[in-house]
Write a protein that binds this ligand. Structure first.
Ligand code: ATP
Length: 252
């Protein structure tokens, strides 16, 4: 369980997040939705420890985040951020291996290579694994980044529940891969019940189909949180997004 208590973040007098209190239950897919500028990425960056809160606390299983070393965090928590850049002409399998860096000292072990192979296969990248990462399309790069973060948290270490934070992970993907990737994550979660996923997406239909819980953000605050279908009702969506929707969001 990840819990946030009165989490506040301001910079140069501007409040990016105001007194947010939330609980993210273990083993669930939590999706954060909200209009541009609502504070979603700020929230993810605070939960990942990239930003330090101005006030409030973040706890991972009752442990304050600031009490867990960055090195230890990397053993059980992976982050897929927006705008990831790789400047060197690395091969795809080398980028995926970066996900294993927290797990070995010196040279990768056989197990690190095995996990990378499995993750590459899971994300349909076998044919691309020797390609120069810089020559890939936006969507292909995004799948490589998925393989990297999954390689990082492929197995639990010392029984610690794992966490995956995703900030707009579907941006470069076509419709097929958006759904395929969400299904892949859900299937992985079903056989890895300690894994909690918290992700920012913009697509309400994707959220309705795959989220167990939704956090709806509005103007730097939490507007609603709870089971997906309770939160994604036409009134809430109208208030937050200013659009009218029908009651059902169904994609077969
Ligand atoms: N370093 C900063 N200094 C000033 N304002 C900032 C800074 N970082 C972010 N902001 C502002 O804080 C607000 C929230 O930003 P955030 O990136 O969290 O929004 P978001 O909900 O993820 O938006 P989007 O859907 O557009 O990605 C935005 O108005 C943004 O311009």
């Amino acid at each position: 369980m990840i819990s946030l208590e009165n989490l506040t973040y301001h910079i140069k007098g501007k409040h990016l997040l105001e007194s947010v209190s939330l609980a993210f239950e273990k083993g669930k897919m939590h999706i954060i939705l909200g209009p541009n500028g609502a504070g979603k990425s700020t929230l993810i960056r605070l939960i990942s420890g990239e930003l330090k809160p101005s006030a409030g606390t973040i706890r991972y299983n009752d442990m304050p985040l600031h009490g867990i070393s960055v090195k230890e965090q990397a053993l059980f928590r992976a982050v897929l951020s927006q705008n990831l850049e790789v400047s060197f002409p690395l091969r795809v399998h080398e980028v995926v291996l970066m996900g294993r860096y927290p797990h070995f000292v010196g040279s990768p072990r056989a197990i690190d290579h095995e996990i990378c192979e499995k993750s590459i296969h899971l994300f349909d990248l076998d044919e691309l694994k020797n390609r120069n990462y810089l020559t890939l399309s936006g969507g292909e790069k995004q799948r490589v980044q998925f393989a990297r973060v999954f390689a990082q948290i492929w197995e639990p270490i010392d029984g610690k529940p794992r966490v995956l934070l995703l900030d707009e992970p579907l941006t470069f993907l076509d419709l097929y891969y958006q759904y395929h990737l969400m299904k892949t994550i859900k299937t992985f979660m079903a056989s890895n019940p300690d894994l909690t996923v918290i992700g920012v997406v913009h697509d309400i239909i994707i959220a309705a189909k795959f989220a167990d819980q939704v956090v709806l953000m509005h103007q730097s605050k939490t507007f609603a949180q709870g089971p997906t279908h309770a939160v994604l009702n036409p009134e809430n969506i109208h208030t937050v997004f200013k659009i009218m929707v029908e009651d059902q969001f169904i994609v077969k």
